[in-house]
Structure formats: structure tokens, C-alpha cells
Design a protein around this ligand. Sequence first.
Ligand SMILES: Cc1ncc(COP(=O)(O)O)c(C=O)c1O
Length: 360
Amino acid sequence: MTLLTRSLSGLRPLTHLTTIRHITTTSKPAANLATARVPEQNGSQQPYFRDEPSSPVVRTAIPGPNSKKAIEDLNQVFDTRSLNMMANYQNSYGNYIADLDGNVLLDVYAQIASIPVGYCNPVLLAAATSPQMASATINRPALGNFPQHDWADILRAGVLKVAPRGLDQVFTAMAGSDANETAYKAAFMWKRRQERGPDVEFSADEIASAMNNQSPGSPHMSILSFKSGFHGRLFGSLSTTRSKPIHKLDIPAFDWPQASFPMRKYPLEEYTSENAAEEARCLVETEDLIQNFHNPVTAVVVEPVQSEGGDNHASPEFFRGLRDITKRHNVMLIVDEVQTGVGATGKFWAHEHCTYFLEQ
Ligand SMILES: Cc1ncc(COP(=O)(O)O)c(C=O)c1O
């Protein structure tokens, strides 16, 4: 999920739900499995999936013979170079992922933090097999133009119930990358509207130059991201991704700045002053780029915990400093919760650990 925090009035806040992506809706074994198992709902001491496996089962080398055969077959029609294991989702349950050879493994990462509520979650399965879901799936409306009659109720009863404080409208996107890109575009439009004036029409020059990808219609502006950050692989979001060259090689990119993200030393209690100095250094660098980068910085995008780029954490003071800087320079702060959101850090949103993000 990507959140756009409001630094000034006049921008509609955006909330994008992008997380739950893998739901088995049609498989009979899954339906049987799930209806047979009712999740434990009350009491935090009880496991949520009452009868999920109590330990992994390893029957063969991994990949086993069935998996090898299936991978070979898949390789004929699909790129398998990034494959970790071939899964059988109908036989996976709770925190345990099954393969094709009778092996069942404990999935401590929820894939890439993309299945936060467990495999074959019966509550999701019930929702996914409801008539309402079937209608939504087969009719898949162009929401902006033809929203469903009860879309407001669906949003209020769903994602808005867990919306961060101060964010009261939703913009849906298909994936994390395009959620981020939508936030970037909103930031650019917010800034240009500010510069132009709220009720000023586009000029003829802007209209003509935009069609040639030229300024002033396509203005020279930028999004600042942090070294090691990951924000997706689409064209715009990839320019802010800084984790690994392999994601970026051969792809044209925007000329946008990157600042250092704090690399703290552990154990924290032994490196208090070094870590404070490191965070201060990164904030100075960020502010310098905001003030001096040749393509003016419109927004800063940051993960509350850098995930794909190496599990890098910064202190609440760092994030508070970042918010102060962005406010002072009239720059948006975009909090990318694609990886950390929906409960992954113990709160629904990771930035809730640092409430000051939305306080100001
Ligand atoms: C922090 C972060 N932002 C954005 C993305 C991109 O999301 P998607 O793969 O859904 O486009 C990811 C994907 O892992 C991510 O971890």
C-alpha cells in the first residue's frame, strides 16, 4: 500500500490497497481444506489457523522429482529463472507452503511479504467465493467511469476502516509499482497547480509542449528516493528503485536524485552517537539535494523499513527529521508501505510506529 501524506491542504490523499494478491478461488481441494478448518478467532495465545501443520515435513530433496518435471515443463512456456520452488497452493495452509512431492515448509517470509494472512485463509476464501466477489471479478468495472452502486460502502467498510489518520479517500491501483507512480503523479500535479494557481487554466504552450514530452507541459521535476530503496519496476517507479542494478539495467530512467539511507551499526546501544551522526549525515544530504538538485524535487519517497534492499531500519528521529525537512521545503513525503503494510510489523501500518508522520 502506498500512502501520500498531506503536507498542505488542497491535495486529496491517496490510499492504495495492493497487497493480497494470491487467492485460490476455483480449486476444489482448497475449498474443502478451508471449509474443514475454522480459524481460531479469539484469544491472542491461540494459533489463528487452529489445525495448521505443527512442523515442516521434508520427504525428498527439493526440488523433488515431481517438482523437477513440472519446472521443466513450465520452462517451455514461462521464464523460470527466478523460481524458488514450485508450490501447490491447494495443499498449502496457514504459514505452511506445500510442494509437489509431499514436502511442506514453514514460510516465514509470507513469500515476498505478499501473503500476510496465510495460505488458503478460510475467511478470504469465503469472501472470494461469495456472489459479490464473483460479480466483481467477472464484471471488473472501469471504476473511475462506472463505479459499482455500493462502492462507497465497500470502501468505508473495508480499506477506510484501517486508513491512516487524516487519509479519508481511496485511489485503487493494481500493484505496488503503479500505486507509487500514482502518488508521484499526484505530487507533480499538486506542485504545478500550486505554481500555476488553483483556478488557472493550462496555457497553450503547456498543452502543445506536453504532446512533445517537452517543458513546460512536461516539466523538469523529480522524486527523491534513498539508496537501497525499492519502489517497483514500472518505468516511473523504477527510477526511484535503488536496490540492485539488475532491476534497472537496460531500462531508460528519469534524471532523479538519491540520498543516502542511514546504515546503522548494531548493537544499537553500543553505537548511539555513531548512528545519530549517520542519520544526521543522511538528513543533511537529503536537504542539500532538495535545495540544489537540477531537477527540482517535488516529493521524497521512503520505506518505513527498507525491505528488498536489505532490511535497513532508521530511528523515529530520522523519520521525524525527514518530515521536518519536507515540510520546510514544501515537498511531499510519500510513505511506501507495499512491503511493510497490513500488519507485517505488528501495527497495521509500519509508519504508525512513528505517529509523527501524520501528526503535522
Ligand atoms: C516497498 C515496495 N514498493 C513497491 C513494490 C512494488 O510492488 P509490485 O511488485 O506490486 O509492483 C514492492 C515490491 O516488492 C516493494 O517491496
